[in-house]
Design a protein around this ligand. Structure first.
Ligand code: AMP
Ligand code: MG
Length: 397
């Protein structure tokens, strides 16, 4: 049995990076940048009005109300090229260039217009309602670096500097193979001793963000069919996740089959609850995570291990889960010899504190309880968490 930290070290050591490719920016959310993103222009590119109104000299409007002569207009896409003299104002629209000589914009609501003159009814401060030239970013500055995962929020910033296409690392091609003589397709009514295969579709949706995922036809606990399925998957995919058949039962064949096929097995038992019998192996160029069949165990081990490898393959800067913190409400019992990652639901109280509202765990098979979980709570081995303690949590997303 190895500690989780050791398992992660091995995974990172054995996971090789995929090469980059260039894709359309609009398809890039979730992908890992293989280039840096730099500003190719100053933003704003000029002193820009934040309001529809009038560009003025603050000096002129120090004793408002005051009447100024309208000498032109500055609109988005076509600024006023002249210079503002004392006693003058320029009509200006949101987003337009502030003319030379003006040092503030008064909004139209605080003005009254008559016969080519404008009465400014309230004074303005210097720079009021103006976004200064280059105040958001200067030409040449780096905005994002290689290894960052592109999010929806980043798209406008990338688009603004002309990156219609971006270089990202290739996504792993992953396959999911559920094993077990008791499992039937989710569209089928289970007969005696059967259950539906909930793992395949669940793991697919969890993995979709990190890989191009295909669900393979599930196989029974039968050495020959398991062997054929794993051998074929290892040929066609970079990454294989199997579930089931990794414990010590008489019909748990995944490890023997991996050995028969000549796979290198890096670890097969982790000091983790749930998820102890997790296997990490390599066959040819395919990384294999053989996860326990219990649904909650397979999510937890996917989250901790397979996800890390999928991100490492894409050279992501941070591959591991990032901890957040929450207050324990009810005592949580630790396992004696293993670290636990237990599903729980969270709530924010009136003081803004994040509270572990209730554990959503009563056994690794209970995916009904798990369905309402928001995060995994870390319970260090042998160290019970008590009401009021601060626990490390990892959001499930
Ligand atoms: P195993 O890891 O094969 O010993 O399976 C542990 C438990 O998980 C058993 O109760 C299985 O029936 C259940 N299980 C295994 N595979 C799946 C699956 N694909 N979908 C839902 N439950 C499963
Ligand atoms: Mg089984």
């Amino acid at each position: 049995m190895i500690p989780i930290s050791e398992a992660l070290k091995i995974i990172k050591r054995e996971t090789l990076a995929l090469s980059p490719e260039t894709i359309d920016l609009e398809n890039s959310v979730g992908r890992v940048l293989a280039q840096e993103i730099r500003a190719d222009m100053d933003l704003p590119p000029f002193d820009r009005s934040q309001m529809d109104g009038f560009a003025v000299k603050t000096f002129d409007v120090a004793r408002a109300p005051v009447q100024l002569k309208i000498v032109g207009e500055s609109i988005a896409g076509k600024g006023f090229d002249g210079k503002l003299n004392p006693g003058e104002a320029v009509r200006i629209m949101t987003g337009a260039r502030v003319p030379n000589g003006a040092d503030a914009v008064q909004k139209v609501e605080l003005t009254e217009e008559e016969n080519g003159f404008i009465t400014i009814t309230e004074k303005t401060k210097v720079r009021e309602n103006i976004n200064a030239f280059a105040s958001e970013i200067e030409t040449g500055k780096q905005i994002f670096e290689t290894g960052e995962i592109i999010t929806e929020n980043m798209i406008a910033a990338i688009a603004s500097f002309g990156y219609a296409k971006v270089k990202v690392f290739k996504k792993p091609k992953a396959a999911i193979l559920s094993t077990g003589s008791e499992i039937v397709d989710i569209s089928v009514t289970p007969q005696k001793d059967q259950i539906r295969n909930s793992n395949s579709v669940m793991l697919k949706v969890f993995a979709d963000r990190f890989a191009d995922v295909e669900i393979l036809p599930s196989v029974k606990d039968n050495i020959k069919s398991l062997r054929t399925a794993i051998e074929k998957a290892a040929k066609n995919f970079d990454f294989l996740i199997t579930t089931g058949g990794v414990s010590v039962g008489d019909y748990d064949f995944t490890k023997p089959v991996l050995r028969e096929l000549g796979a290198e097995i890096f670890f097969e038992k982790i000091s983790l609850k749930p998820g102890k019998p997790t296997v990490f192996a390599k066959l040819k160029n395919c990384l294999i995570f053989a996860l326990p069949g219990n649904p909650v165990s397979s999510v937890v081990t996917f989250y901790l291990f397979a996800r890390t490898a999928l991100l490492k393959m894409q050279s992501a800067k941070s591959c591991e889960l990032k901890p957040s913190f929450a207050v324990v409400s009810d005592n949580i019992k630790a396992a004696k010899e293993r670290d636990s990652f237990l599903p729980a639901s969270l709530e924010t109280d009136k003081k803004g504190k994040l509270i572990i509202e209730s554990l959503r765990f009563n056994g690794s098979s209970n995916f009904i309880a798990f369905a309402r979980a928001d995060a995994l709570v870390f319970v260090p081995q042998g160290k019970n968490l008590e009401s009021g303690d601060i626990a490390e949590i990892f959001f499930l997303q």
